[in-house]
Design a protein around this ligand. Sequence first.
Ligand code: PLP
Length: 381
Amino acid sequence: MTGLATAARPHVGSGPRLEVELAAIAQNTRLLAERATGELMAVVKADGFGHGAVDVARTALTNGATRLGVTSLEEAFALRAAGLTAPVLSWLNAVDADYARAAREDVEVAVPSLAHLTAVASAPRTRVHLHVDAGMARDGADPSTWAQLCRSARRAEQRGEIEVVGVMGHLGCADDPADDCNALARTRFAWALETARAAGLRPAHRHLAATSATLTDPRSHHTMSRVGAGLVGIDPSLTTPLRAAMTLTAPIVQVRRVRAGTPVGYAHGYRTPAPTHLGLVPLGYADGLPRLASGRAEVLVRGRRRPLVGRISMDQVVVDLGERPVDLGEPVTVFGPGDAGEPTVAEWAAWADTLEHEIVTGIGGRVPRTVRRPAHLRSLS
Ligand SMILES: *Cc1c(COP(=O)(O)O)cnc(C)c1O
C-alpha cells in the first residue's frame, strides 16, 4: 500500500467517528425560536436525539430556547448533574418514579393520570404540567378522565402539594399539516384548557406543538413549542431547510481486488458483476447502520458515491470501490449534511424504510464522538 498522507485524513490511526457540529444546532434553534410565537422548549430526550443531551441543551439555551424537555426523570437528573439550571420538564414516568428527587432537583413533571397525581402529590411540592391525550391514544390522560384530573389537581394545589404550571398535549399527525386530525387535536386541546380553567387552574405554560407544527401551524403554538427533531436538523414536515449536525465517517481497513462473479458477505447476498476492488469499513448494524439498507445504501469515497455491497454485518460492511483502489486508512463518509455530496441521514432513512429520527438515535455507543463547538460555546465544554 502507498503511504498515508495525514493532512486531510482525520482517520489515520483511528476508527469510526461521529462528529457533531454544534453550530448547526445553534442555527436551527435560532430559526425555530423565530418561528415559535411563544417560548421554545428544547427537547433533548434520547441523549439529544443521539447528539449529546448536554451539548444540545447548552447550545439551544444560548440560541433562543428557554426551557428543556426530556422523557424520563433519569434524563432530567443527568442534565442537573451536568450543571444545567434551566427549567426542565420530564413527561413519561412510572407511578413509582422518584418524584421526591424530582422536587429536590427542581424538575417539573407531567401528570397523565390520577394515579400519577397521587404519587406526585405525596412527594414534596412539585411543579406539574397536566398532560392530555389530544387524540393519538398514546400518552396523556384520556379525555374521559380529564375533568376529574383537573379537579383533583386543583384540590392538591389548594392543599399546597403541587403547583399546576402547565397543560400539555401532543399532535399525532402534524407532519402532514393538511390532515384533518390536526384540527381535531387543536379543538380537543382548547377544550382541555377550558376544562382546566373551569376547575380553577391557571397554567402559565400551554403547549401542544413539536417541530412540525412549530414550522407549519401557528394556531397550535399557544405559549410554548417543544422541539427536538428540528434542533438536530430533522424537519418531518419537509417545509424548511434545517442543517444536519451529524457526520459519520470510518476508515477503509482492508482492500482486495476480486474477479467478476465473486460472492460478497453473508449468504453470498451479492455477486460482483465485473472485476472490481472491495473495501472493508468497520461499521455495522451494531453501530446503527440499518441492515435493511443492505443492497441500497451508498457512501462517499474520494468525493464519489460508491455502493455498499453484500449484507450489512454486525460490525462491518463492504464497499465496492470500482476500478481504482484507495489507500488503507482513507476515510469513507457514511452520512453528513450533504455538502460534499455524501449521503444524508434522510437518504439512509429512505434506504431503511424508516425515519431520520431512528437513524440518528441509533448510532451505537462504541462509535467515538467528537463535538465541534462554535466560539460562543467553547468556554462551556
Ligand atoms: C419527542 C417529543 C417532542 C419533540 O418532538 P419533535 O417532533 O422531535 O420536535 C415534543 N413533545 C413530546 C411529548 C415528545 O415526546
